[in-house]
Design a protein around this ligand. Structure first.
Ligand code: ADP
Ligand code: MG
Length: 440
């Protein structure tokens, strides 16, 4: 079939896919080509293996549906990862047979936005992917759900794979490790299981908190860890909390987790959230008009996965209504009101007003003193900042004497309780609020 003809067919297919499958459409779809189209089999060439696997896993039916609609024939679509070879047919090199988890094409270092909340984790992952086993071993990343731990692990794999294609990398979730171990015991194949993990160059295990209360798996993991560590093989682990907080894990494992580098991921600040929304929109080839990323970042503060969900919602709403994305449409899609009170309040507005009402000095509120006469106004500042500004817990704590986010959470809960139970206190807070946010 003529080249121009296949290009036109593909353009038509992509246009339809973008309409049918708003969630999975990516900008790199524009780099796809039709490698062959014969006897009802359409082979689509992808930029790399992870892209081919992504399409196979998520978009097969959208592409098939679109290809049939455009050509008017019964067509079966196949995605090729390198010229002329479909990922299912190709026999991967030994190092890659070990890769249990499919790498997500979106989860690269390039698509990861770096901010104060994740700088150390990001830098250490880059160092590890460039020099596995040499610098930080083990590398232990931890943080709440949705802050980018799994993304960084995929990025390490992408990068390590690119730099040293022959390297044996094992990347799996802790759950898979535990289930694999249990099934190896059942089948009497523990030796095989051990060989599979103890001989790799890089072992990456996501969500090791899953080892809690699984004593035999912990034991197995302990020996795997030692074997790899003693041979200077790289180990990268993630968890939802710091090693010392992994209660119910054996002490000897916890202490090993701390041998290398432990890096925490925090919730992103407003600016980082805006950058993430823009990056995600860019990956999908979406042009967001001014103000949309800001709106999303203002309303979703903690989990980055929810930022993406919001973006999907806006895109899908625009598609469904057949209108372009605007700030108004985004507001409608997210169900948020016209920006009101929260918009222009700053930390210094709050601190100044509270200092005035409680008759304490601004410098004391922002300082280290812990006496009750200062602690309460400081807690009130935290509570008001939480409700009236778009700052993250970390930023609020940072502004008020370098407190951590747990302190801010505690303060907000305490003030909320007092607000509910103490009518006089409630009036005082209401007056304060109305002074900070004058009603128009
Ligand atoms: P975790 O494993 O910590 O629960 P994930 O790695 O699954 O979180 O991240 C959730 C989503 O947020 C993913 O889509 C990921 O790409 C995205 N994400 C998280 N942090 C960032 C970041 N700094 N830049 C871009 N995307 C991010
Ligand atoms: Mg994860």
């Amino acid at each position: 079939m003529a080249k121009q003809n296949t290009a036109e067919i593909l353009d038509g297919i992509l246009e339809r896919v973008k309409a049918i499958d708003t969630v999975n459409t990516r900008k790199w779809f524009d780099d796809l080509t039709i490698a062959a189209f014969d006897h009802g089999l359409m082979q689509i060439q992808c930029p790399d293996q992870s892209c081919a696997e992504f399409l196979q896993d998520h978009c097969q039916s959208a592409f098939t549906q679109a290809a049939q609609a455009i050509t008017g024939h019964l067509v079966s679509v196949q995605f090729l990862s390198s010229r002329g070879s479909a990922p299912k047919i190709v026999v991967p090199p030994p190092a890659e047979t070990a890769n249990r988890v499919r790498l997500h094409p979106d989860y690269t270092f390039e698509s990861f936005v770096v901010g104060p909340c994740n700088r150390l984790a990001h830098a250490s992952c880059i160092a590890v992917s460039q020099n596995p086993g040499m610098i930080y071993n083990p590398l232990f990343l931890y943080g709440n759900v949705g802050l980018g731990k799994t993304h960084l692990l995929h990025a390490v794999c992408h990068d390590a794979r690119k730099q040293r294609p022959g390297m044996a990398i094992q990347f799996l979730s802790c759950e898979e490790f535990v289930n694999g171990f249990i099934s190896a015991i059942e089948k009497g194949a523990v030796q095989n299981f051990q060989n599979q993990y103890r001989t790799v160059d890089v072992l990456i295990i996501d969500d090791v908190q899953f080892l809690r209360e699984r004593e035999q798996s912990q034991e197995e993991f302990f020996h795997t860890f030692n074997a790899l560590y003693n041979n200077r093989r790289q180990i990268v682990l993630t968890a939802d909390c710091a090693p010392q907080d992994l209660a119910a894990l054996e002490e000897r494992l916890i202490s090993r987790f701390k041998w290398g580098l432990v890096a925490r991921l925090d919730a992103p600040s407003y600016e980082t959230r805006i950058a993430i929304v823009k990056k995600k929109a860019n990956l999908r080839g979406l042009n967001l008009p001014d103000g949309v990323a800001e709106l999303v970042a203002e309303h979703i503060k903690t989990n980055i996965r929810e930022l993406e969900g919001a973006l999907t919602m806006i895109y899908a709403t625009a598609q469904a209504l057949g209108v372009p994305i605007t700030v108004e449409l985004a507001r409608q899609a997210l169900g948020v009101q016209e920006a009101g009170t929260a918009k222009h309040v700053t930390m210094s507005d709050i601190v100044r007003t509270v200092s005035d009402c409680f008759d304490v000095r601004v410098s004391d509120i922002q300082g280290k003193k812990r006496s009750q006469s200062i602690a309460l106004p400081r807690q009130v500042c935290m509570y008001l900042a939480r409700g009236l500004t778009r700052h993250s817990l970390e930023e609020i704590g940072g502004h008020l004497g370098g407190r951590d986010h747990a302190t801010v959470i505690h303060a907000c809960a305490k003030v909320e309780q007092m607000y509910k139970e103490d009518a006089e206190f409630r009036d005082r807070i209401d007056v304060l609020t109305s002074r900070i946010v004058p009603r128009s």
